[in-house]
Design a protein around this ligand. Structure first.
Ligand code: F6P
Length: 319
Protein backbone atom coordinates (compact mmCIF):
# COMPACT_ATOMS: atom_id res chain seq x y z
CA UNK A 1 0.00 0.00 0.00
CA UNK A 2 1.67 3.20 -1.22
CA UNK A 3 -1.08 5.59 -2.15
CA UNK A 4 -4.46 5.90 -0.47
CA UNK A 5 -7.39 8.24 -1.05
CA UNK A 6 -10.08 9.72 1.14
CA UNK A 7 -13.55 11.06 0.33
CA UNK A 8 -16.63 12.22 2.20
CA UNK A 9 -20.03 11.11 0.97
CA UNK A 10 -23.73 11.51 1.76
CA UNK A 11 -25.07 14.04 4.24
CA UNK A 12 -22.24 15.97 5.86
CA UNK A 13 -21.64 15.77 9.60
CA UNK A 14 -19.56 17.79 12.05
CA UNK A 15 -16.47 15.63 12.57
CA UNK A 16 -15.85 14.92 8.91
CA UNK A 17 -13.10 17.53 8.76
CA UNK A 18 -11.19 16.20 11.77
CA UNK A 19 -11.59 12.70 10.27
CA UNK A 20 -10.08 13.85 6.94
CA UNK A 21 -7.25 15.46 8.91
CA UNK A 22 -6.60 12.22 10.79
CA UNK A 23 -6.54 10.11 7.61
CA UNK A 24 -4.20 12.52 5.83
CA UNK A 25 -1.81 13.03 8.74
CA UNK A 26 -1.75 9.41 9.89
CA UNK A 27 -1.24 8.33 6.29
CA UNK A 28 1.67 10.73 5.77
CA UNK A 29 3.11 9.77 9.17
CA UNK A 30 3.11 6.15 8.01
CA UNK A 31 4.93 7.08 4.79
CA UNK A 32 1.90 6.90 2.47
CA UNK A 33 0.82 9.35 -0.19
CA UNK A 34 -2.72 10.53 0.47
CA UNK A 35 -5.05 11.82 -2.22
CA UNK A 36 -8.19 13.82 -1.44
CA UNK A 37 -11.22 13.19 -3.65
CA UNK A 38 -13.71 16.05 -3.93
CA UNK A 39 -17.54 15.79 -3.96
CA UNK A 40 -17.78 12.16 -2.87
CA UNK A 41 -18.37 9.43 -5.45
CA UNK A 42 -19.39 12.03 -8.03
CA UNK A 43 -15.93 13.58 -7.82
CA UNK A 44 -14.35 10.14 -7.98
CA UNK A 45 -16.19 9.38 -11.23
CA UNK A 46 -15.06 12.73 -12.63
CA UNK A 47 -11.48 12.35 -11.38
CA UNK A 48 -11.70 15.43 -9.12
CA UNK A 49 -8.81 14.68 -6.82
CA UNK A 50 -5.43 15.99 -5.71
CA UNK A 51 -2.57 14.93 -3.44
CA UNK A 52 -3.03 16.07 0.14
CA UNK A 53 -0.37 17.87 2.14
CA UNK A 54 -0.08 18.30 5.90
CA UNK A 55 -0.99 21.95 5.31
CA UNK A 56 -4.20 21.16 3.40
CA UNK A 57 -5.71 19.75 6.56
CA UNK A 58 -4.34 22.51 8.80
CA UNK A 59 -6.93 24.67 10.56
CA UNK A 60 -9.85 22.33 9.84
CA UNK A 61 -10.09 20.33 13.07
CA UNK A 62 -12.51 22.92 14.45
CA UNK A 63 -14.59 23.39 11.30
CA UNK A 64 -18.00 21.94 10.52
CA UNK A 65 -18.88 20.60 7.07
CA UNK A 66 -16.26 18.88 4.93
CA UNK A 67 -13.34 20.52 3.15
CA UNK A 68 -13.58 17.78 0.51
CA UNK A 69 -17.28 18.59 -0.08
CA UNK A 70 -19.92 15.91 -0.16
CA UNK A 71 -22.60 14.67 -2.53
CA UNK A 72 -25.20 11.99 -2.96
CA UNK A 73 -24.40 10.33 -6.27
CA UNK A 74 -27.08 8.47 -8.25
CA UNK A 75 -24.60 7.78 -11.09
CA UNK A 76 -22.49 5.65 -8.78
CA UNK A 77 -25.50 3.34 -8.27
CA UNK A 78 -25.16 2.29 -11.92
CA UNK A 79 -22.65 -0.23 -13.31
CA UNK A 80 -21.40 2.40 -15.72
CA UNK A 81 -20.71 4.83 -12.85
CA UNK A 82 -18.92 2.16 -10.83
CA UNK A 83 -16.77 1.29 -13.84
CA UNK A 84 -15.76 4.92 -14.27
CA UNK A 85 -14.93 5.21 -10.55
CA UNK A 86 -12.76 2.11 -10.72
CA UNK A 87 -10.95 3.41 -13.80
CA UNK A 88 -10.14 6.67 -12.01
CA UNK A 89 -8.77 4.83 -8.99
CA UNK A 90 -6.56 2.71 -11.25
CA UNK A 91 -5.46 5.70 -13.33
CA UNK A 92 -4.38 7.57 -10.20
CA UNK A 93 -2.69 4.44 -8.83
CA UNK A 94 -4.74 4.43 -5.65
CA UNK A 95 -4.24 1.27 -3.61
CA UNK A 96 -6.87 1.86 -0.93
CA UNK A 97 -9.74 4.19 -0.11
CA UNK A 98 -11.21 5.63 3.08
CA UNK A 99 -14.88 6.58 2.76
CA UNK A 100 -16.28 8.85 5.45
CA UNK A 101 -20.07 8.76 5.41
CA UNK A 102 -23.21 6.81 6.22
CA UNK A 103 -24.21 3.24 5.40
CA UNK A 104 -25.34 4.28 1.91
CA UNK A 105 -21.78 5.41 1.26
CA UNK A 106 -20.45 2.11 2.57
CA UNK A 107 -22.50 0.18 0.04
CA UNK A 108 -20.59 1.91 -2.75
CA UNK A 109 -17.22 1.20 -1.21
CA UNK A 110 -18.07 -2.49 -0.85
CA UNK A 111 -18.54 -2.62 -4.61
CA UNK A 112 -15.08 -1.09 -5.12
CA UNK A 113 -13.55 -3.51 -2.60
CA UNK A 114 -15.00 -6.43 -4.56
CA UNK A 115 -13.41 -4.98 -7.70
CA UNK A 116 -9.96 -5.04 -6.07
CA UNK A 117 -9.59 -1.66 -4.32
CA UNK A 118 -9.67 -2.21 -0.54
CA UNK A 119 -12.01 0.30 1.09
CA UNK A 120 -12.57 1.17 4.72
CA UNK A 121 -15.60 3.06 6.02
CA UNK A 122 -15.55 5.70 8.75
CA UNK A 123 -19.02 6.34 10.21
CA UNK A 124 -19.97 9.95 9.57
CA UNK A 125 -23.62 10.90 10.06
CA UNK A 126 -25.49 12.90 12.68
CA UNK A 127 -28.14 10.15 12.82
CA UNK A 128 -26.08 7.63 14.86
CA UNK A 129 -27.81 4.91 12.87
CA UNK A 130 -25.04 2.79 11.35
CA UNK A 131 -25.37 -0.88 12.34
CA UNK A 132 -22.35 -2.33 14.12
CA UNK A 133 -21.09 0.84 15.79
CA UNK A 134 -22.25 2.54 18.97
CA UNK A 135 -21.21 5.92 17.64
CA UNK A 136 -21.20 7.90 14.40
CA UNK A 137 -19.32 11.16 13.90
CA UNK A 138 -21.46 14.26 14.19
CA UNK A 139 -24.01 12.83 16.59
CA UNK A 140 -22.64 14.58 19.67
CA UNK A 141 -22.42 17.97 17.96
CA UNK A 142 -25.93 17.64 16.52
CA UNK A 143 -27.20 16.58 19.93
CA UNK A 144 -25.72 19.71 21.52
CA UNK A 145 -27.23 21.88 18.78
CA UNK A 146 -30.67 20.41 19.44
CA UNK A 147 -30.33 20.72 23.21
CA UNK A 148 -29.36 24.38 22.87
CA UNK A 149 -32.40 24.94 20.66
CA UNK A 150 -34.70 23.19 23.15
CA UNK A 151 -33.38 25.38 25.97
CA UNK A 152 -34.10 28.52 23.97
CA UNK A 153 -37.54 27.35 22.88
CA UNK A 154 -38.33 26.44 26.48
CA UNK A 155 -37.79 30.08 27.51
CA UNK A 156 -40.47 31.34 25.16
CA UNK A 157 -42.69 28.31 25.84
CA UNK A 158 -42.60 29.22 29.54
CA UNK A 159 -43.29 32.93 28.95
CA UNK A 160 -46.31 32.23 26.77
CA UNK A 161 -47.45 29.05 28.52
CA UNK A 162 -47.40 27.16 25.25
CA UNK A 163 -46.69 23.69 24.02
CA UNK A 164 -43.91 23.46 21.46
CA UNK A 165 -43.48 20.68 18.95
CA UNK A 166 -39.86 20.42 17.86
CA UNK A 167 -39.07 18.32 14.79
CA UNK A 168 -35.58 16.85 14.73
CA UNK A 169 -33.60 14.90 12.13
CA UNK A 170 -32.49 11.28 12.35
CA UNK A 171 -33.89 9.77 9.18
CA UNK A 172 -35.38 6.43 10.38
CA UNK A 173 -33.68 6.50 13.76
CA UNK A 174 -34.80 8.09 17.02
CA UNK A 175 -31.38 8.58 18.61
CA UNK A 176 -31.20 12.36 18.20
CA UNK A 177 -34.78 12.70 19.48
CA UNK A 178 -34.29 10.53 22.55
CA UNK A 179 -30.91 11.86 23.61
CA UNK A 180 -31.94 15.48 23.03
CA UNK A 181 -35.31 14.90 24.66
CA UNK A 182 -33.68 13.41 27.72
CA UNK A 183 -31.05 16.16 27.91
CA UNK A 184 -33.61 18.91 27.29
CA UNK A 185 -36.24 17.55 29.69
CA UNK A 186 -38.88 17.08 26.98
CA UNK A 187 -42.29 15.98 28.19
CA UNK A 188 -42.97 13.77 25.18
CA UNK A 189 -40.70 12.16 22.60
CA UNK A 190 -41.99 10.54 19.43
CA UNK A 191 -39.60 8.11 17.76
CA UNK A 192 -39.95 5.63 14.89
CA UNK A 193 -38.84 2.73 17.09
CA UNK A 194 -41.88 3.05 19.40
CA UNK A 195 -45.46 3.32 18.31
CA UNK A 196 -47.31 5.40 20.88
CA UNK A 197 -51.01 6.08 20.50
CA UNK A 198 -52.33 9.64 20.30
CA UNK A 199 -54.57 8.83 23.28
CA UNK A 200 -51.60 8.03 25.47
CA UNK A 201 -49.69 11.14 24.32
CA UNK A 202 -52.68 13.35 25.04
CA UNK A 203 -53.26 11.68 28.40
CA UNK A 204 -49.70 12.56 29.43
CA UNK A 205 -50.04 16.16 28.25
CA UNK A 206 -53.32 16.50 30.14
CA UNK A 207 -51.96 15.02 33.33
CA UNK A 208 -49.15 17.57 33.17
CA UNK A 209 -51.54 20.47 32.79
CA UNK A 210 -53.79 19.09 35.57
CA UNK A 211 -50.94 19.42 38.01
CA UNK A 212 -50.27 22.98 36.94
CA UNK A 213 -47.78 22.57 34.12
CA UNK A 214 -48.31 25.45 31.73
CA UNK A 215 -45.90 24.60 28.96
CA UNK A 216 -44.39 21.52 27.44
CA UNK A 217 -41.92 20.37 24.86
CA UNK A 218 -42.73 17.58 22.44
CA UNK A 219 -39.89 16.21 20.32
CA UNK A 220 -40.91 14.57 17.06
CA UNK A 221 -38.31 12.55 15.18
CA UNK A 222 -38.68 13.15 11.44
CA UNK A 223 -38.94 9.37 10.92
CA UNK A 224 -42.34 9.42 12.65
CA UNK A 225 -43.92 12.35 10.83
CA UNK A 226 -43.31 16.06 10.42
CA UNK A 227 -43.87 18.45 13.29
CA UNK A 228 -46.64 20.16 11.33
CA UNK A 229 -48.44 16.87 10.70
CA UNK A 230 -48.28 16.06 14.37
CA UNK A 231 -49.63 19.49 15.32
CA UNK A 232 -52.57 18.92 12.95
CA UNK A 233 -53.26 15.49 14.45
CA UNK A 234 -53.13 16.88 17.96
CA UNK A 235 -55.90 19.35 17.09
CA UNK A 236 -58.33 16.42 16.84
CA UNK A 237 -57.67 15.52 20.46
CA UNK A 238 -57.09 18.73 22.37
CA UNK A 239 -57.33 22.49 22.00
CA UNK A 240 -53.98 23.27 23.61
CA UNK A 241 -52.10 26.11 21.94
CA UNK A 242 -49.10 24.74 20.05
CA UNK A 243 -46.25 26.10 17.94
CA UNK A 244 -44.00 24.07 15.67
CA UNK A 245 -40.23 24.47 15.26
CA UNK A 246 -38.43 22.49 12.57
CA UNK A 247 -34.73 22.53 13.41
CA UNK A 248 -33.68 21.27 9.97
CA UNK A 249 -30.16 21.58 8.66
CA UNK A 250 -28.77 23.63 11.53
CA UNK A 251 -28.38 20.15 13.07
CA UNK A 252 -25.81 19.27 10.41
CA UNK A 253 -23.57 22.30 10.85
CA UNK A 254 -21.36 23.89 13.43
CA UNK A 255 -18.03 23.42 15.11
CA UNK A 256 -17.50 19.75 15.95
CA UNK A 257 -17.67 19.06 19.68
CA UNK A 258 -14.63 17.83 21.58
CA UNK A 259 -16.04 14.30 21.50
CA UNK A 260 -16.55 14.41 17.74
CA UNK A 261 -13.01 15.68 17.19
CA UNK A 262 -11.50 12.95 19.36
CA UNK A 263 -13.64 10.19 17.83
CA UNK A 264 -12.85 11.47 14.33
CA UNK A 265 -9.14 11.35 15.10
CA UNK A 266 -9.38 7.82 16.49
CA UNK A 267 -11.58 6.54 13.64
CA UNK A 268 -9.52 8.20 10.90
CA UNK A 269 -6.22 6.86 12.23
CA UNK A 270 -7.71 3.37 12.67
CA UNK A 271 -8.92 3.38 9.06
CA UNK A 272 -5.37 3.99 7.85
CA UNK A 273 -4.04 1.21 10.10
CA UNK A 274 -6.60 -1.21 8.66
CA UNK A 275 -5.63 -0.29 5.08
CA UNK A 276 -1.96 -0.75 5.97
CA UNK A 277 -2.84 -4.33 6.87
CA UNK A 278 -4.23 -4.64 3.33
CA UNK A 279 -7.71 -5.22 4.68
CA UNK A 280 -10.69 -3.99 2.65
CA UNK A 281 -14.46 -4.14 3.13
CA UNK A 282 -14.06 -3.12 6.76
CA UNK A 283 -15.99 -0.53 8.73
CA UNK A 284 -14.58 1.37 11.68
CA UNK A 285 -16.73 1.62 14.76
CA UNK A 286 -16.97 1.98 18.49
CA UNK A 287 -17.99 -1.02 20.56
CA UNK A 288 -18.04 -0.87 24.35
CA UNK A 289 -15.73 2.13 24.17
CA UNK A 290 -13.20 0.37 22.00
CA UNK A 291 -12.38 1.43 18.45
CA UNK A 292 -12.74 -1.65 16.25
CA UNK A 293 -12.98 -2.66 12.61
CA UNK A 294 -15.68 -5.05 11.46
CA UNK A 295 -17.17 -6.49 8.28
CA UNK A 296 -18.67 -3.62 6.32
CA UNK A 297 -21.47 -5.87 5.08
CA UNK A 298 -22.81 -5.85 8.63
CA UNK A 299 -23.10 -2.06 8.49
CA UNK A 300 -25.60 -2.05 5.67
CA UNK A 301 -27.24 -5.42 6.11
CA UNK A 302 -27.67 -5.39 9.88
CA UNK A 303 -30.04 -3.21 11.78
CA UNK A 304 -29.24 -0.33 14.05
CA UNK A 305 -29.56 -1.27 17.72
CA UNK A 306 -31.60 1.34 19.49
CA UNK A 307 -31.32 1.77 23.25
CA UNK A 308 -34.93 1.50 24.41
CA UNK A 309 -33.93 1.92 28.05
CA UNK A 310 -33.07 5.57 27.34
CA UNK A 311 -36.52 6.12 25.91
CA UNK A 312 -38.09 4.44 28.90
CA UNK A 313 -36.03 6.58 31.28
CA UNK A 314 -37.06 9.77 29.50
CA UNK A 315 -40.67 8.80 30.14
CA UNK A 316 -40.04 8.03 33.79
CA UNK A 317 -38.34 11.40 34.29
CA UNK A 318 -41.01 13.43 32.54
CA UNK A 319 -44.05 12.25 34.51
O1 F6P B 1 -28.47 11.49 7.25
C1 F6P B 1 -28.35 12.80 7.71
C2 F6P B 1 -29.60 13.60 7.42
O2 F6P B 1 -29.41 14.90 7.92
C3 F6P B 1 -30.89 13.00 7.96
O3 F6P B 1 -31.05 13.23 9.34
C4 F6P B 1 -31.91 13.69 7.10
O4 F6P B 1 -33.08 12.90 7.00
C5 F6P B 1 -31.22 13.77 5.77
O5 F6P B 1 -29.82 13.67 6.03
C6 F6P B 1 -31.49 15.04 5.00
O6 F6P B 1 -30.84 14.94 3.78
P1 F6P B 1 -30.67 16.15 2.76
O7 F6P B 1 -29.63 17.07 3.33
O8 F6P B 1 -30.21 15.48 1.52
O9 F6P B 1 -31.99 16.82 2.68
Amino acid sequence: MKRIAVLTSGGDAPGMNPAIRAVVRKGIYEGLEVVGIYNGYQGLIEGKMEPMTLGFVGDIIQRGGTKLYSARCPEFQTEEGQKKALEQLKKHEIDGLVVIGGDGSYRGSMILTKQGIPCVGVPGTIDNDIPGTDYTLGFDTALNTVVEAIDKIRDTATSHERTFIIEVMGRDAGDIAVWAGLAGGAETILIPEVDESMESIVKRLNSGSERGKKHSIIIVAEGVMSGTEFAEKLKDYTDIDTRVSVLGHIQRGGTPSGRDRVMASLFGAKAVEVLLQNKGGRAIGLRRNEVVDYDMQEAFEGSHVFDLSMYQLSKELSI
